[in-house]
Design a protein around this ligand. Structure first.
Ligand SMILES: C=C1C[C@]23C[C@@]1(O)CC[C@H]2[C@@]12CCC[C@@](C)(C(=O)O1)[C@H]2[C@@H]3C(=O)O
Ligand code: AKG
Ligand code: FE2
Length: 352
């Protein structure tokens, strides 16, 4: 396992998630008021363009390349349908995710994420950058979750592991396909710049983090926040919101736009590292997740990230005298560390 992803340096301490089942009113520490947000925070904006909606792209369709390019330029995100991941696997993944988060808090804490790690149970790392607490809990995995699953269900973890590994395998295949389409839409081919992450030629320099997210029923959802605004520290992230709304993307001019829940659809986010390699052509999307008072929302997020030694820089073919590089080269390791330290200012810090 890659040491940088597994153990990230200078990680602050994170509060453990609340025992949500035993709370009937929103505790003060979970109240997000606009006055406590920085004045330039886009949480202040409301949706004013109700017609705006995230593109829904059929990736089996030949016009996909142009649609993907436009979506990545304008939104930094899109929904994908006709991706080939069986609906039965969505259902099994949802069942196993619910099974995990339904365990009593003290049992989930047996696999608590250590502050410096990315795997295990706990609150999201971005909590460190916000004063108010988020109404959510998560469980991170890299590959097989067997070590943790064995502690949660000593006699009965095989199915959980099987489903989680199957989902990750499907997501990895899909990510490779989508990154190929994204870069292909910018005129790049396998022969040139795409080689460094494509597994076909034996030089796959990517790794994956798989996260299960849980947003329990909230007594006061209008004043709470599930997952605070952030951009992903990935090349791309594939989010599955299990047909339950809550995810919102921020778009200049439109404000926060809800991502319509669609059975079997997956949401693709452009991450910071794709913004770097595309030399700013594709924008990493600011997004957040809200909570509700009626149903326990679950979601999964699969992060495709470069390995710690991979050099991440604007792809050569996208740079010329008319388009100078916008970012200096960084290794995966360096960028993860910058994000841990600077959060939303990390991209800006490597801008040339
Ligand atoms: C690869 C990564 C994405 C992540 C930061 C990290 O280096 C490891 C934890 C990841 C995660 C999972 C839950 C949501 C998220 C926003 C968070 O707080 O931790 C993401 C991070 C991210 O995309 O920046
Ligand atoms: O839960 C969601 O809908 C979004 C998840 C997300 O943005 C993340 O895990 O980074
Ligand atoms: Fe995210």
């Amino acid at each position: 396992m890659n040491p940088t992803m597994e153990t990230q340096t200078q990680a602050p301490n994170y509060p453990l998630p609340l025992d949500f089942d035993n709370v009937s009113t929103l505790p003060d520490s979970y109240v997000w008021s606009t006055t406590t947000l920085p004045s330039d925070d886009p949480c202040h904006c409301t949706i004013n363009d109700r017609k705006a909606s995230l593109p829904i792209i059929d990736i089996g369709d030949p016009s996909t390349y142009d649609l993907v390019r436009l979506a990545c330029e304008k939104w930094g995100a899109f929904q994908v349908i006709n991706h080939g991941v069986p609906l039965s696997l969505f259902h099994e993944t949802e069942f196993q995710t619910r099974r995990l988060f339904s365990l009593p808090t003290e049992q989930k804490l047996l696999v608590a994420r250590l502050p410096s790690k990315v795997v295990g149970y706990g609150s999201a790392r971005i909590q460190a950058f916000y004063t108010e607490l988020m109404w959510s809990e998560g469980f991170g995995m890299m590959g097989s979750p067997v070590e943790h699953a064995r502690k949660l269900w000593p006699q009965d973890h095989a199915k959980f592991c099987e489903v989680m590994e199957q989902w990750q395998a499907e997501m990895k295949t899909l990510c490779n396909k989508i990154v190929g389409i994204m870069l292909g839409s910018l005129g790049l081919t396998h022969e040139d710049d795409m080689n460094w992450f494509q597994p076909q030629n034996g030089s796959d320099q990517t790794q994956c983090l798989f996260h299960l997210n849980s947003y329990p029923v909230c007594p006061d959802p209008d004043r709470a926040m599930g997952l605070a605004p952030h951009t992903d520290t990935s090349l791309i992230t594939v989010v599955n919101q299990f047909n339950t709304g809550g995810l919102q993307v921020y778009q200049d001019g439109a404000g926060w736009v809800p991502v319509e829940p669609i059975e079997g659809a997956l949401v693709v986010n452009v991450g910071d590292l794709m913004q770097i390699i595309s030399n700013g052509k594709f924008k990493s999307v600011l997004h957040r997740a809200l909570v509700n008072s009626t149903c326990h929302r679950l979601a999964t997020a699969f992060f495709l990230v470069p390995s710690s030694n991979a050099e991440v820089s604007p792809l050569r073919k996208l740079v010329d005298s008319a388009h100078p590089p916008l970012y200096r080269p960084v290794t995966g390791r360096e960028y993860f560390q910058l994000k841990v330290k600077l959060f939303m200012k990390a991209l800006e810090s490597i801008r040339l």
